[in-house]
Write a protein that binds this ligand. Structure first.
Ligand code: SF4
Length: 263
């Protein structure tokens, strides 16, 4: 029987999100590609992040509305289940947005696709979502050609997922741009990546494809699972941890390998 996770047209859709899952926990990648349902997780941070990004994008275009409009549009709760003040987080973030968004000639958010062939000869298409592209940044953190990625959490510097995302930007831009990742919640939290081996992402994509082809979806449990993984309750908690033989659902058989979305 053909592997339903292999794209029928021979083009592997990859993204920083999928590569991160492969590196962190291949089992979560398997669940994601196979479209297994995940538990409802706290979406307060996500909705706040979407509201900040929308505000930043419209600010760059010169058509930003009142901040409350974005709180309503994304249904951002005032307080989340941990008792954190999410509106305060939103207002703090948007106070810091202008310095980054209002750069002369800045190109606001858009999705780009980069086609390439891996060292093992596989055809890939990398999806990147760019918050802001600057041709001549005068930011104190990073000058010249820069891709800026706004984050709305406070911890940015030591986040390996963001570092991989930065490598994807550099690869997609053929090393012509630097990547600046900065927290809107605390702009002293930032990092810049200005170089990356040209074959880093293609090799990682080969690793990703090998994982799928060999069905080598190792489950990597750690202390973060219960708190941060939306699959924990349904597939990894206690009695379920012995991993039943999971069957790829019908719909995944036509869609999993075709999924371009990073969600
Ligand atoms: S709960 Fe942990 S082991 Fe299970 S899929 Fe998520 S990250 Fe992987």
């Amino acid at each position: 029987m053909p592997n339903p996770l292999v794209p029928k047209d021979g083009v592997w859709r990859v993204s920083a999100h999928k590569l991160n899952m492969m590196r962190k926990c291949p089992f979560s990648l398997y669940l994601y590609l196979s479209r297994f349902p995940s538990a409802e997780s706290d979406r307060s941070y996500l909705s706040c992040g979407n509201a900040v990004h929308d505000y930043a994008e419209e600010l760059t275009k010169g058509c930003a509305k009142e901040p409350e409009y974005y709180l309503g549009k994304y249904d951002v709760p005032r307080v989340n289940s941990d008792g954190k003040d999410i509106h305060k987080r939103f207002y703090t973030c948007i106070e810091n947005v202008p310095e980054y968004a209002l750069q002369e000639g800045g190109i606001p958010e858009r999705t780009e696709y980069t086609s390439f062939t891996t060292p093992k000869g596989r055809n890939c298409r990398l999806e990147t979502r760019i918050d802001l592209q600057l041709e001549d940044s005068q930011l104190k953190e990073c000058k010249g050609k820069v891709i800026v990625d706004y984050k709305t959490g406070s911890h940015v510097k030591n986040n390996n997922e963001y570092k991989l995302q930065a490598q994807c930007y550099l690869f997609a831009k053929k090393g012509e741009y630097k990547a600046l990742f900065v927290s809107m919640l605390d702009p002293s939290e930032y990092f810049v990546i200005d170089s990356s081996p040209a074959d880093y992402i293609p090799k990682l994509c080969d690793e990703y494809i090998d994982t799928v082809l060999m069905h080598d979806f190792e489950r990597k449990m750690d202390f973060n699972c219960p708190r941060f993984c939306p699959y924990y309750q349904m597939y990894c908690k206690d009695e379920y941890a012995k991993c039943q033989q999971l069957i790829v659902p019908e719909e995944a058989q036509t869609e999993a390998g075709q999924n371009d979305s990073e969600d």
